[in-house]
Design a protein around this ligand. Structure first.
Ligand SMILES: CC(C)(COP(=O)(O)OP(=O)(O)OC[C@H]1O[C@@H](n2cnc3c(N)ncnc32)[C@H](O)[C@@H]1OP(=O)(O)O)[C@@H](O)C(=O)NCCC(=O)NCCS
Length: 152
């Protein structure tokens, strides 16, 4: 059993710890600052954003989904703002019990209420579990991308 709610300021440290499980290259201190800013302003940069958390019956946070509006996303209609899944994570012990689906439903409602008619997301090419979960929730693959760089 779990409930989905918007993250509050005092969720910050637990959320930052979950961020590090999803993005191990990040710094705990920087994540705390970014979460504080998002929760207090409801914005990411110049666009609306929100974090939903899944709370277990005992009050533990077992997952989160960070959603924002983007002006465009690959494969989506550029004439409309798009709801974008910036981060989606459920603790391993709580997976495959509908928590991720419930978080996504809350994020989609949030985006719909702000005028979005499409939802977009991305994932590393090797994260096949994430691809399967997206597809199970109605997402379709629109592109596969490899990024390059070189020093000048
Ligand atoms: C992706 C993730 C958030 C899904 O959370 P979850 O709580 O396990 O998701 P749910 O239990 O609500 O499952 C949602 C749907 O996806 C499907 N699904 C989830 N994981 C799956 C997997 N590994 N393989 C196949 N299908 C999967 C479920 O079967 C379900 O579909 P159904 O309702 O039709 O059966 C979770 O697996 C996770 O945190 N993964 C690591 C981080 C990650 O990859 N994040 C996404 C990229 S940002």
């Amino acid at each position: 059993m779990h409930t989905i709610r918007i993250a509050e300021a005092n969720d910050r440290d637990l959320l930052a710890a979950l961020h590090l499980l999803l993005w191990p290259e990040c710094s705990f201190e920087e994540e705390k600052l970014a979460i504080d800013a998002l929760i207090s302003t409801g914005m990411s940069g110049t666009l609306p954003a929100a974090v939903f958390v899944a709370e277990a019956e005992d009050g533990r946070i077992i997952g989160f989904l960070e959603v924002g509006l983007r002006s465009h996303a690959d494969g989506c209609d550029p004439a409309q703002p798009v709801g974008f899944v910036e981060g989606w994570f459920v603790l391993e012990a709580s997976r495959n019990q509908g928590v991720g689906r419930a978080l996504m439903r809350a994020a989609e409602n949030w985006a719909r209420q702000r005028g979005a008619i499409e939802m977009a997301s991305d994932s590393w090419i090797t994260q096949e579990d994430s691809h399967r979960a997206h597809e199970a929730l109605g997402f379709e693959v629109v592109d596969r991308c490899v990024h390059f760089r070189k020093s000048l």
